[in-house]
Design a protein around this ligand. Structure first.
Ligand SMILES: [Zn+2]
Length: 192
């Protein structure tokens, strides 16, 4: 585990972003950071413990990657495809995901609280113990996924399909389920 380096700005206690001297707020060259962060994501296989908060990524495919303890808070991911990736304790809170796909991925304790997922797809993924608290999911489809113990409390699910999914002990309390549909899933085993 790497210890975060503090931001060099006076009186700032936030950690510096990976490869940078500053936190996102105090970056001197935000455009340069976006380029460096995107390059890092493309090149490095192991993204463990990197802080790439607020990164913007578009039209990328990441295959067989490991993201453990990685911070992608407030990231904007557009048409990003994750194939056979491991995402464990990934901080994706307050992020925006549009048209993203997760295929045969293992997501464990991924934090997407307060995030917005539009037109995303999860196919054959383990999505266990993930946190979607107060997230907004629209036009998003989970197909043959294990969503057991994932937490959708206070989320808004609009035009969301969970087909052939394991919803055992998934938390849907206080969620706006709108027109959630759950064909051949065990919705009766979820907390509502
Ligand atoms: Zn700072």
């Amino acid at each position: 585990m790497t210890t975060p380096i503090p931001c060099k700005a006076p009186a700032c206690s936030a950690p510096a972003l990976s490869g940078e001297r500053h936190c996102f707020t105090h970056l001197e060259d935000p455009a340069g950071y976006q380029q460096r962060a995107a390059r890092l994501i493309e090149s490095d296989t192991d993204l463990t413990h990197l802080d790439l908060s607020s990164v913007r990524l578009k039209d990328r495919t990441l295959c067989d990657r490991r993201l453990v303890g990685t911070s992608l808070a407030r990231a904007a991911l557009d048409q990003v495809v994750f194939k056979r990736c491991l995402l464990s304790l990934v901080f994706l809170q307050d992020a925006s995901l549009s048209g993203c796909r997760f295929v045969e991925c293992r997501l464990s304790a991924v934090i997407m609280a307060g995030s917005e997922l539009r037109d995303c797809r999860f196919d054959d993924c383990d999505v266990e113990h993930c946190n979607f608290v107060a997230a907004t999911l629209a036009g998003t489809r989970f197909e043959s996924c294990d969503l057991s113990s994932s937490n959708f409390i206070s989320s808004t699910l609009s035009k969301v399909i969970m087909r052939d999914c394991n919803l055992y002990q998934a938390h849907l309390e206080l969620a706006d389920l709108g027109d959630l549909s759950t064909p051949i899933s065990n919705i009766g085993d979820a907390h509502r």
